[in-house]
Unconditional design. Sequence first.
Lengths: 191, 142
Amino acid sequence: MKKTKYALIVLIATGMFIGAGHNTFAQDKFITKNGHAFFYSEAPLENIEAHNNEVLSIIDLSNNAVVVDMLMKSFSFEKSLMQEHFNENYIESDKFPKASFKGSFTSSEPINPEKDEIYEVEVTGELTIHGITKSLTTKGTIEVKDKQIFVLAKFPVAVKDYDIKIPKIVVDNIAEVVEVTIDLKYNPFSS
Amino acid sequence: MKSFIKKYYIIGLILMALGLASVSYVYNKPHLNVKNEEPDFELTSDELFKQFSLDETTANTRYLNKIVQVSGKLAEISGNDQGNTVLVLNTPSAMSSIRCTLSASQSTIIAELGEGMSVSLKGICTGMLMDVILVDCVLTYP
């Protein structure tokens, strides 16, 4: 987890450095501290969804880098019992309090933060959940609107890939593959 | 003999009903209502930030999933996409703050708040990213 924070600081610091060197006026770096992430599990016995509204993310348009960081205990479930099981038994949030993503994206044309437009992007990077890091590639959209940036991406996460053990007795309650949606609204980053 | 069976039949039914009721109670157990709970910890926003920035692991062990009451100066009032108000409290660091998502029941209170005001609120600590995060918060002062 320290690594992600380090990556985040490096990302900000290099940005400042490059920003100081080149005298560019365009805003390259965007941040959100209240991004929304949610996941949906569809299983024969019940459908479960949980929402996190304290997602931290920084996107840098100068090098197409993106980092996303979230706290597992910030996920809110409809039923408190599910939230308890998620934290204590499955995701073990005392041991692994965060999930993070670090990567970059490609788009068919460079993203212009000055002009309202929607871009289709492909995001590639490393996703860490439950202390396990796996590579992830997914499609998404980046929308520029009124000097804000909106990122939307949806991808499946197979719970066993991240060494999350679901007891046999509840396999009918929890999907093997959970659908994760990332819905972030960034504002210009000012340091 | 017949009444003997009937008696046990009724007791069995009662036990089954009790069992079902308790399963349903556990399954539908309500979320912790922060408003009615005494805080586990009371401290200033500066102190809470300091503890997290000096030693995050120890601070996690101490504060995660606990009700923390924190007081400080309001740096920013914003919101999330779900319509909840977010109150941001100052810390000695320019980069970090205490970021508190208010519970939905608190929506009427914020009209009286302004940046720079001293406030106090309690909520459940979920950890630290750039900011220390509290969720389900209720205002305790003013």
